[in-house]
Write a protein that binds this ligand. Structure first.
Ligand SMILES: [Zn+2]
Length: 459
């Protein structure tokens, strides 16, 4: 191996060891160190993979979708290189590679499956020359970081230019901006939802991209599942939704099953994580499995065992309480989580919303005004509301405008105090906890410290 690369890996490992020693756990720092010493390190290590890399990008769902595909690969007995959720910038990707290299030949990964931030796509793709790129959806997310949606689409398009010549795209046909990436001319597998009568209740959709990506005319929708995802066509230039190769045909919430057509054949899959957006994650995972030549039986068996990662619509038992955690990070995601709570909730439950505004959450919390709380407040009837986090007061004001009565919520910036109070009040009932990203990390730590939840799957 190239001496520069070798010393980059050594230095990165030493950094990782030191940061573990200081109790800071895994971080992207080893990746930063490795890239300083050898700027070509990611390219070099990427070339060592027999099969190649899969990049998974998009606003929502990439963590869950990647976790589903990873589980399929693991059940095939494959060692897979992947990055922890959130470590999806170029240093995080590099850290994943430098820490996994080495060992016996049979322990070396054949493929890398990497969740990649949209803004990182051009760089990650240039360095790794991916064999598959999966794109989930484009929503307005963390506007203060990326600017307009068109910028995001442009960045991902730049990334696609570096797809290997034998590579393949996996695209959400129901998202016009994602589907339009097929115009790059690269081979693409499209996935989507085709179930009849599955339109979302009107009134809580946020208005996002709905202009034709080709000519900018407003798109006409025959069916809309949520937000701008659905069946659309352009009245001006006749561009329309591509026919998906892999499509959800119907689902049954009681049976926890979903029927997916895969190239003409309909098969039943377990559907364990509620919410329409998890349905999209699942069909994205099945489509990616097709692009990776994973047998469908393997996909079916591993989805039946799949549990969502911590904080992604997961139900955990904390003693005799049911805790249900769902990350909220943008208006569409928040609306979907509220829809799932309204569907799921028993008679007696409490709601806890935890809003931080650290860098990873997005510094600007004005997006809370784009969540349709006005629609959801009459459909939610928790015993108590707990509002917490650095921006607890902004959240309280938002809910007040949506009809939350004075005095019916407990507003407390300290997450520790708020969580303890909620856990005490809720008894054996269910507590729904809806945190932003850094708030979720804090909730996770608090639950571990209190010995309430023993172990979490990283992700
Ligand atoms: Zn058009």
């Amino acid at each position: 191996m190239n001496p520069r690369a070798a010393s980059a890996i050594l230095a990165a490992r030493a950094t990782a060891w030191l940061s573990r020693l200081s109790g800071r756990g895994a971080s992207s720092l080893p990746g930063l160190v490795a890239r300083r010493i050898d700027p070509l390190i990611l390219t070099r290590l990427g070339q060592e993979l027999d099969w190649g890399s899969v990049l998974m990008t998009g606003t929502n769902g990439k963590t869950t979708t990647a976790a589903m595909v990873r589980q399929m690969l693991e059940s095939l007995g494959e060692v897979t290189l992947s990055n922890p959720a959130g470590a999806n910038l170029i240093v995080g990707l590099t850290a994943a590679f430098v820490q996994r290299r080495g060992g016996r030949r049979q322990d070396r990964p054949r493929r890398a499956l990497l969740e990649t931030d949209e803004a990182t796509m051009p760089k990650a793709s240039r360095e790794l020359k991916p064999r598959v790129i999966t794109v989930t959806n484009f929503f307005r997310d963390q506007l203060d970081r990326y600017g307009e949606l068109s910028t995001t689409v442009r960045l991902v398009t730049e990334g696609i230019a570096f797809l290997r010549p034998d590579g393949m795209l996996v695209l959400n046909a129901d998202d016009p901006q994602v589907a339009s990436l097929g115009a790059t001319g690269r081979p693409a597998l499209y996935y989507g939802v085709e179930a009849e009568g599955a339109m979302s209740p009107q009134g809580y959709d946020t208005v996002d991209a709905r202009a034709c990506p080709q000519c900018n005319a407003p798109l006409i929708y025959e069916t809309r599942y949520y937000a701008h995802l659905g069946h659309y066509r352009c009245p001006r230039c006749s561009w329309s939704r591509p026919k998906p190769d892999i499509a959800v045909q119907r689902w049954d919430r009681a049976q926890q099953k979903v029927w997916i057509r895969v190239r003409g054949e309909v098969r039943a899959f377990a559907w364990l994580a509620p919410g329409l957006y998890n349905l999209y994650n699942e069909v994205a995972a099945v489509a990616t499995a097709c692009a990776l030549d994973i047998p469908l039986e393997v996909a079916q068996a591993s989805l039946a065992k799949f549990r969502p990662a911590f904080g992604r619509m997961e139900m955990v038992m904390a003693g005799r309480k049911r805790l249900w955690l769902a990350l909220v990070k943008n208006p569409v995601g928040f609306n979907q989580v509220l829809a799932a709570v309204a569907e799921d909730a028993d008679e007696s439950y409490a709601m806890m919303v935890v809003i931080n505004d650290r860098y990873a959450d997005g510094r600007d919390v004005s997006w809370l005004w784009d969540v349709d709380f006005e629609h959801w407040m009459p459909r939610l009837s928790p015993q108590h509301w707990y509002i917490s986090g650095l921006r607890a007061h902004d959240m309280a004001v938002r809910l007040k405008y949506a009809g939350l009565l004075d005095g019916s919520a407990r507003v407390e910036e300290s997450i520790a105090i708020s969580l303890d109070r909620a856990l005490k009040d809720v008894g054996t009932d269910t507590l729904y906890v809806l945190p932003t990203y850094t708030a979720m990390l804090e909730v996770r730590q608090l639950l571990s410290q209190r010995g309430l939840v023993r172990h979490f799957r990283e992700g």
